[in-house]
Structure formats: C-alpha cells, structure tokens
Design a protein around this ligand. Structure first.
Ligand code: DGY
Length: 434
C-alpha cells in the first residue's frame, strides 16, 4: 500500500509543469479544468503549495464574464487535436487575454475542491487564508452558470458540448448524434497515435464534436446564440451535481470566513431551486435513477450511467431515492463479475467495457460515488467501491480508465487510454488516507 502511494506521488510530480499539471503526457499535454481540481486534492496530501498553485493557475485563466474554460493551452504542443487554432477562444470579447483556451467548460468541481483542501490541510489557518484569496472567483464562476446557462430559470444549467460533460463519448449522446448530420471534416487525429483506436471515439463522432464548436464559433461563443442554436443542449445530472456540491462547499467556506451574508444568501437560493428541480425533472421514477435531459429536443435521455448515481455526492436524493439508486447500481453494475463502477449500464446493448466513456471504470467517478455512498450511510458499498478502486490500480497501474469485467484483470492488461494519469493517482492518494 505504501508503495502504491509512493508511485502515485511520483506520477503527480512527473505531470507537474511548474504551476499546473497535465492529465498525462502526449495524449493531454495542457491543463484541463476538472482534472486540475481533482489533482489538487491529491497534492494537498503531500504538497499543499502545489495544490494551491494548481487552483490559482486554473482561476487565472477565468474570463471576464466568470467563465472557466475546459482546456488552457499553456504551450504550443502539436501532439493534441483540436488545439488553440481550432478553438479560437479569442473570438469571445471577454475571453482571457493572457491564455489561449477552448470556448467550452467542464464540470465545476472547484468549489468542493476548496473544501477538500481545507479538510485535508494540517494548517487550517494558512489554508483558510488561501481560500480567502480565491473563493470569490469560484463564486463568480457559479454566477456565470446561473446567469448564462439556465435559460428557463430552473436552477439547472445546460452543457452545449459533450466535451463539457467530461463523459465525452457516452452512449447517451448517440441519441443526439442521430438528430444531426455534420459535414465530413478532414483533420489529423492525434489521440489515436498515442492510444489504440479501439479505446477512443470514432472519426464520425469527432465530426459531430467539431461541428458543434463551429456553430459556437460562428457566433463568437455567445451564450444566448448557443442556447438558441446548438444541436447539443443537455441538462446533465453529473455536471449539475458538481455545481450543487460546489455551492454547498462555498456556503460552508464563506461561513467559516465570515461576513459574506449576501453571497451566502444567493448561494442558498440557487441551492434550493436547483435541488428541487433536479429531483422533479431528472429523477426517472420508472428507472429509479437520475437521467440526462435533452433540452434541444425536449425529451429525457433514459439511460443509466455512473452519472446517474453522482447526485448522492451532492446530497440531492431523498433517503428513498438514494435507496433506489443503490439498488439499481447493485443490480445492474455490481454483480460479482464486474468491478464497480462501470461508466455505462452493463446490461445495455450500447455498453462497451473498453471504449472510453462507453463502459470502462473511471477513478474520478468512483471517488465521487465513494463519497456519496458514505454520506448516505451505505458504508459497505462505499467500502467496496474503495477496495475495487485500489485493486484495479494495484493490478494495472495508473491508467486513465479500466475494463469493468473482472476476468480481463487477470491478464494485468485491463488499463486503457493514457498511462500515468494524474487524477487516477491523485484520488488514490485521497482514498488511501480515508
Ligand atoms: C479529449 O481530447 O478526449 C478530451 O477529453 C477532451 O476534453
């Protein structure tokens, strides 16, 4: 166990680029939003200065309207496509003048990451002083979401691109691809020179991804235009859970700091509305879990994925709803031949245990589920998620994602995607210390 932790520390230090971390070499050579946040949790256990710098650098790339981009292109690496010249964040009048970035965002983890840093810190006073210097930027980011990403005032924000979800090629998006017919783009993939193509999205999927960006670019990434025109417009339970959990954390931290009554009141208002409508709109009584909602085509996307269980972490479900989530998780994802927790329903025909977000186990989702299950008192299942996670990493190394089928792990080749992947290492360190 000690060695595993040492290896994880080694991975993190290797991916540290003097102010921020890359998710892994070659495949992802820049700073990614939600990666950065989760990586900071790992660093907090052994190098708080790096954890703080990671967050500071991320927030330094914030736009003048509060938006935080999903990739910050610190260098001109050509090992990644699509790079800064495709994304063209400069089209937006309020984009960062200091950093090139994408014009899309990622799950807003920063709020709860700040609370995690405080929890882990052995010098609470120093950490609270740090939090004072960054918390308003995170608040501003939440304000951006509620002002610009919630056209119906439901307290549920939309994402306009699958890359904003973090669960990039989930089978859930297939239904949306069916409504689109993008042109055939000509481009040179880079990801498939680093990773076996069978583990990555298809060329046709990339056509869809690029097309949505082109529509947003045509309108200089204007939020209103995107809400009006993007063929992809989804209320995602994972994304909204991250925002709601982060609201909760911001309230706690502001209360610790003291004297921020207006902001606390506003956060509480958002919280109340968000949680109420989340349960009204995204809980599917028949399936017994939370599902995504397609705001463009006005219909629920009735699939079960690891995102369906993530609201546990944000304290959104009632006790009854939580029990229902756990029952579905154990029935469909938790039999003895499967590691917890596959990213997509193993009983669905679209399940693919090797391909990116179409089935494999991801360490970040496991960490979110471990915490959510623990909060609701499902100690045994939380423990199983933790044990499964440790076993997977011990047997295969710090890969990006893993086959959910236990039999594949006997070969020691059940790790897929990038290797020496930062958040797999970071969250393992956190789990080992819990
Ligand atoms: C990728 O390139 O697959 C990234 O996940 C996009 O964020």
């Amino acid at each position: 166990m000690k060695n595993l932790q040492k290896e994880a520390i080694h991975v993190l230090n290797n991916n540290w680029k003097d102010g921020f971390s890359i998710p892994c070499a070659n495949l992802y050579p820049f700073q990614w939003f939600w990666d950065s946040g989760l990586i900071a949790i790992g660093f907090a256990h052994f190098d708080m200065k790096k954890a703080e710098a990671e967050i500071e650098t991320l927030l330094d790339a914030q736009w003048e309207n509060g938006f935080i981009p999903h990739i910050i292109f610190h260098t001109d690496s050509d090992s990644y496509f699509p790079g800064p010249d495709f994304h063209r964040s400069d089209l937006h009048p309020e984009s960062s003048k200091k950093y090139k970035s994408t014009g899309m965002t990622q799950p807003p983890v920063t709020g709860f990451v700040l609370e995690e840093l405080y929890r882990i810190s052995s010098n609470k006073e120093a950490t609270l002083n740090f939090l004072k210097t960054v918390i308003d930027k995170v608040y501003f980011n939440h304000e951006y979401f509620y002002k610009n990403r919630d056209p119906k005032g439901e307290g549920l924000v939309y994402i306009y691109h699958n890359w904003e979800s973090g669960t990039d090629n989930s089978p859930i998006w297939d239904d949306i691809w069916d409504t689109m017919n993008p042109p055939e783009y000509t481009f040179e993939r880079r990801d498939t020179t680093h990773v076996d193509a069978s583990q990555r999205p298809s060329k046709r999927e990339y056509d869809h991804y690029l097309y949505i960006i082109d529509i947003a670019k045509e309108h200089n990434y204007n939020d209103e235009k995107i809400a009006e025109l993007s063929p992809f417009l989804v209320q995602d339970p994972l994304f909204n859970s991250m925002l709601i959990k982060s609201n909760e954390s911001l309230i706690k931290i502001y209360q610790l700091i003291g004297g921020h009554d207006e902001k606390v009141k506003q956060l509480q208002k958002w919280q109340e509305k968000s949680i109420t409508n989340f349960n009204k709109k995204l809980f599917d009584e028949e399936l017994g879990v939370y599902v995504h909602y397609d705001l463009r085509n006005e219909n629920p996307l009735r699939y079960i994925s690891s995102s369906s269980f993530s609201p546990l972490y944000a304290n959104i479900p009632s006790k009854e709803q939580a029990s229902s989530l756990v029952k579905v998780m154990m029935d469909k994802f938790g039999n003895e031949n499967q590691y917890l927790c596959a990213s997509f329903d193993p009983t669905n025909e679209r399940f693919n245990p090797k391909k990116y977000w179409r089935g494999p186990v991801w360490i970040n989702l496991n960490w979110i589920l471990f915490n959510g299950l623990s909060q609701y008192g499902f100690k045994d299942i939380a423990q199983r998620v933790k044990q499964d996670t440790i076993e997977i990493l011990e047997n295969n190394g710090f890969y990006e994602y893993f086959d959910s089928r236990k039999e594949i792990h006997d070969t020691g080749k059940a790790g897929y995607g990038g290797n020496n992947f930062s958040w797999s290492a970071a969250l393992l360190i956190d789990l080992l210390n819990r």
